[in-house]
Design a protein around this ligand. Structure first.
Ligand code: ZN
Length: 304
């Protein structure tokens, strides 16, 4: 899997950063990708990277501020104009349904694909074959959530050598054994697949925060995650200003990662006041607290 940052700015776009959107490419698990937030211009950013809008499966919105959702109507209608019929599920706080229905309705737009809109509250958002996603409430002037994404553990590899040594020949039924099932072989032998599986492979975990000032939910939301994505709207010296608007500073993002036991932190959602030459010292502020920090730029890709 990989995280591809389509927009990494907070508030308004700048020449350096578009407003927020993050793609989670599920390659290796699914054939598709998920989107977290969809600021204005997200569809333009997608045209400049290898993501195909037809492969978009789910959209998770953290909150309804414009820099996180104004890209939705354009993205959805363009996807429709491309004649795509595969459905999308859109998750977001209360009001997301009215926003999408009003913008599509008033502009006389329609969609060629089914769009399911799920208005979420805190707690489990989805639990499918591969992932569990849980929403945690954050501290921001409007209802805002962070998403914890947990990949289910995968069963260990089948020990084909040991099966052969026990006189069990490879064949179609090996697939069933791989899933840990008990199978009656062609010769009548009953084989318990679980006995031939290696140790389970731990699924990956991610925490993708929406806008927030330091918040009590962060410890649980990001507890021991492989990757934590957190906003760092302003520098440490402007902490008070950041917090007064429901945002965090560089240092506060780093402290949250440290407290939660995250393995890696990626900071994003930087104020448009910062220029390219500022990124180094802003990142240094984070690394002084939490060395395993990276800063996202538009089109940054991070392997998960
Ligand atoms: Zn916001």
């Amino acid at each position: 899997m990989e995280l591809l940052f389509l927009g990494t700015g907070g508030g308004t776009p700048s020449r350096l950063r578009n407003v927020t959107s993050i793609a989670l490419n599920l390659q290796g698990v699914h054939n598709g990708f998920w989107l977290f937030d969809c600021g204005e211009g997200t569809q333009h950013q997608m045209l400049r990277c290898p993501l195909k809008v037809s492969k978009l499966e789910k959209i998770f919105i953290t909150h309804l501020h414009g820099d996180h959702i104004f890209g939705l109507p354009g993205l959805l209608t363009s996807r429709s104009m491309n004649g795509i019929t595969d459905g999308i599920t859109l998750y977001g706080p209360k009001g997301i349904k009215a926003f999408v229905e009003a913008t599509l309705g008033l502009s006389g737009s329609w969609l060629t694909f089914p769009l399911e809109i799920v208005e979420i509250t805190a707690g489990e958002v989805l639990n499918d074959e591969h992932f569990r996603v849980t929403a945690y409430p954050l501290t921001h002037p409007v209802e805002c959530y962070g998403y914890r994404i947990e990949e289910h553990d995968k069963s260990g590899a089948l020990d084909a050598g040991r099966l052969l040594a026990d006189g069990i020949k490879p064949g179609k039924l090996f697939q069933q054994l791989k899933l840990g099932k008990t199978v009656t072989m062609e010769d009548g032998q009953i084989v318990d697949g679980r006995k031939y599986l290696g140790p389970a492979i731990k699924g990956l975990t991610l925490a993708i925060f929406g806008d927030t000032s330091p918040t009590p939910a962060s410890r649980e939301l990001a507890a021991n995650v492989d990757v934590m994505v957190h906003e760092a709207t302003l520098a440490a010296e402007m902490e008070e200003k950041a917090n007064s608007r429901g945002h965090s500073s560089t240092v506060q993002a780093a402290k949250a990662a440290k407290e939660a036991g995250a393995k890696k932190l990626i900071v994003t959602h930087l104020s448009s006041r910062y220029l390219r030459e500022d990124t180094e010292w802003l990142l240094a502020e984070c690394r002084a607290i939490f060395p395993a920090t990276e800063m996202a730029h538009d089109f940054s890709v991070f392997e998960v």
